[in-house]
Design a protein around this ligand. Structure first.
Ligand SMILES: [Mg+2]
Length: 315
């Protein structure tokens, strides 16, 4: 066996499901049961852009997988499988020990989220480590949660707490204190909100990756509505709160939350709350949707808060 084949056999074959044909053929073969369709999402993470060089290897594959799974959750699909591409810097650092740790993290999350590896590719580079995954989810045809269904009169909700990952990155850069390590953990390991059966309950959904304000803009634009956000209703963790109110803008524009942003009609609010309670996922009402365009963040007095930046810019 050549080096690459034995490397794949050693590290990745244990992650592969039956549909991968043991990573021995040209393609994987997957079927889609009648009446269902596939939700597909892909993500790339580059060292020093999306993660830090000293992030533990066991968290890297998990973060990659979880960012993708968050998209699957945002469509209301059930996670099924994924492919993985790894571009490895030449040199001694990414050795067997590193890959064992990397794969152990993936293995843990495969069990947690019910996904299998279908295939992938490994290449080497003189540049930074690059990780890329494509995740497949299944859902009943025509039931996907889209961004374009929000209607005037809906209320806006988020799962979990907002801003922890953005503050976690600042903590890892030594800019804010994080004595318990909670914030850094939220940066390294998102909690994708899979398993919520919100199809038929909410009018629109997306996951928050670029920052709450910017992602509200995405829903507002796609749905052709305006959004009023109650800034002080946006839930903060005790750890984020302890840093004080001056971090509000960072929390609302920072990104990497991987929580769900939901537009819910009034008659479904009780169902939404019940579904999230049953799943032990906190959900909070943070705003309202009205006719018009644009996103406003309002303070307690109802005045518009001006932020310097809208959210994460990719380019
Ligand atoms: Mg997304």
């Amino acid at each position: 066996m050549s080096g690459e084949f034995s490397f794949i056999a050693r590290h990745f074959r244990p992650l592969a499901g039956r549909e991968s044909l043991d990573l021995r053929d040209d393609c994987a073969l997957i079927s889609c049961p009648p009446g269902q369709e596939m939700a597909i999402s892909t993500d790339t993470m580059v060292e020093n852009v999306h993660f830090l060089p000293d992030d533990p290897p066991e968290t890297l594959g998990r973060k990659l997988l979880r960012c993708n799974l968050s998209d699957i959750a945002a469509m209301g699909a059930t996670p099924y499988a994924y492919t993985l591409n790894v571009t490895i810097p030449r040199g001694p650092r990414h050795n067997d020990t590193w890959f064992s740790a990397f794969v152990s993290g993936l293995s843990e999350d495969q069990t947690r989220y019910g996904v299998i590896l279908l295939g992938g590719d490994t290449t080497s580079t003189s540049g930074p480590l690059v990780l890329s995954a494509t995740v497949f989810g299944r859902l009943h045809k025509g039931t996907a949660l889209r961004r374009n269904g929000a209607k005037p009169g809906d209320s806006l909700w988020v799962t979990g707490t907002i801003g922890d990952a953005a503050l976690g990155l600042l903590a890892l850069q030594g800019k804010v204190p994080d004595p318990s390590g909670f914030l850094a953990d939220r940066y390294r390991l998102p909690r994708p909100r899979t398993g919520l059966a919100l199809n038929g309950i909410v009018h629109a959904a997306m996951d928050i990756s670029d920052g709450l304000i910017q992602d509200c803009q995405h829903i507002a634009e796609e749905s052709d509505v305006a959004i009023d956000l109650q800034a002080d209703a946006v839930p903060a963790s005790p750890e984020a709160k302890s840093l004080g109110p001056k971090w509000l803008e960072q929390r609302l524009t920072g990104g990497d939350d991987y929580e769900l942003l939901l537009a819910c009609p009034p008659e479904q609010e009780a169902s939404l709350a019940q579904i999230c309670r049953d799943a032990e996922i906190p959900v909070t009402r943070i705003g309202t949707i009205r006719s018009g365009s644009g996103v406003r963040a309002l303070n307690q007095a109802g005045q518009v808060i001006q932020f310097l930046k809208g959210g994460w810019q990719h380019f």
